[in-house]
Write a protein that binds this ligand. Structure first.
Ligand code: GAF
Length: 383
């Protein structure tokens, strides 16, 4: 039995005098394939064992009452009149409710708790959207499947949060499987699972504990630059629908000036999509040193070409690179803060964390958090 689910159920019952159903949805890592999802490329995410929990009980009237255990805040709404609030955590929930609202007519009480670090690039917001969508869908028997719920989560980001994100995060949260990585084709949403076997190595997350404020506007800018790249490619290659369809050679002919931003951003994406397939092969072959090299290559691209890194992330990757016990490191997620993902020899993890934490704190005056990654499972009814 999941202790956190019990805790959420107890708090919900005390506050609302109703025994809830409890659902949970995980955060995610992404081994490789960054900023490829909205370009119809491939990604390689996996659910982690950190979750957002939702306790929910139906009401007979039309009131919606939301309580966040993390923030100790309560927010009210009605089914018919859902408006965005000052509390950002509530907006992820209300956005989902608004998108689902035409299909249900009763209100509910909801209690939310999460142990996915917020702003760490581990998709705490997608975990919340996925948990809420799944929970409302289940208690009102709305009939959506996981694929549709992932798309609803993505729409919530687009319409109510203002981030034109891809589908990776919500998809990974809803479809995660214990100890499995998924290769997702973001064009047609075909996906397959394979076990993550790292032998003497493990993935370690180092959380910079910074989250720079330009993240969502810069994210949307990158997406627009990719769209410009596609439009330029289409002038010469009308069959191109997305950067997924292009090669570097095609880009060279379509955008002759390699200093144009659309060229630089598009080239990164084209190369990153190729890295995903290579990493899949290397993981199958157990060639972890080659996986690590490509992680470093991704970081370099995200830093220099895509320009979504920041000094704290770069420092961590540069610091780690000195150690032969670390095969690869890179920033993960949208960028401008959050975590680096590191492939580290198990016997060296404790020593590495001690050293890098000291060095990071003395330079930036910020405590570093670290987690050895354990994979988790996708959205589920847990109580
Ligand atoms: C964020 C987005 F939400 C994802 O869709 C993806 O684009 C990612 O950044 C970058 O790979 O997590």
């Amino acid at each position: 039995m999941d202790n956190i689910a019990n805790k959420v159920a107890t708090i919900h019952t005390q506050r609302f005098d109703q025994e809830p159903d409890v659902f949970r949805s995980p955060g995610r890592i992404n081994i490789i394939g960054e900023h490829t999802d909205y370009n119809e490329g491939f990604v390689l995410p996996a659910a982690i064992d950190r979750y957002v929990y939702i306790g929910i009980s139906r009401r007979v009237d039309n009131l919606i009452k939301l309580y966040s255990i993390n923030f100790d805040k309560i927010v009210y709404s009605t089914v018919e009149l859902i408006e965005m609030q000052e509390e950002q955590w509530a907006n992820y929930i209300l956005g989902i409710c608004k998108l689902l609202a035409p299909t249900y007519s009763h209100g509910f009480e909801m209690t939310v708790y999460g142990d996915v670090p917020i702003g760490a690039g581990l998709s705490s917001s997608a975990a919340l959207e996925s948990a809420v969508g799944y929970a409302v869908n289940a208690v009102f028997a709305l009939g959506y499947d996981r694929m549709q719920l992932a798309q609803i989560g993505q729409q919530c980001e687009h319409q109510f949060i203002g981030v034109r994100c891809g589908i990776m995060d919500q998809f990974a949260s809803l479809h995660g499987r214990l100890n499995q990585v998924m290769k997702l084709d973001c064009r047609n949403l075909d996906y397959s699972y394979f076990p993550l076997e790292l032998g003497d190595y493990e993935f370690v997350l180092l959380n910079t504990n910074v989250s720079h404020s330009l993240a969502s506007s810069a994210y949307n800018d990158r997406r627009s630059q990719c769209e410009t790249g596609v439009a330029q490619l289409q002038m010469r290659y009308p069959e191109v629908h997305s950067l997924r369809d292009a090669s570097v050679e095609m880009l060279d002919l379509a955008i002759p000036d390699p200093s144009e931003q659309s060229y630089i951003k598009s080239r990164f994406v084209i190369e990153e999509i190729q890295r995903v397939s290579k990493v899949c092969d290397y993981l199958n072959e157990g060639a972890l040193d080659k996986v690590g090299e490509l992680m470093y290559a991704t970081h370099r691209g995200l830093k220099e070409a895509y320009e979504v890194s920041c000094p704290e992330l770069d420092y961590l990757v540069d610091y780690i690179r000195e150690y032969p016990e670390v095969l690869g490191a890179r920033m993960m997620g949208g960028g401008f803060g959050g975590c680096t993902l590191n492939l580290v020899k198990k016997t060296f993890v404790a020593e590495l964390i001690e050293r890098v934490s000291k060095a990071y704190e003395s330079l930036f005056g910020i405590a570093l958090d670290s987690y050895v990654v354990k994979l988790g499972e996708g959205t589920a009814h847990v109580h």
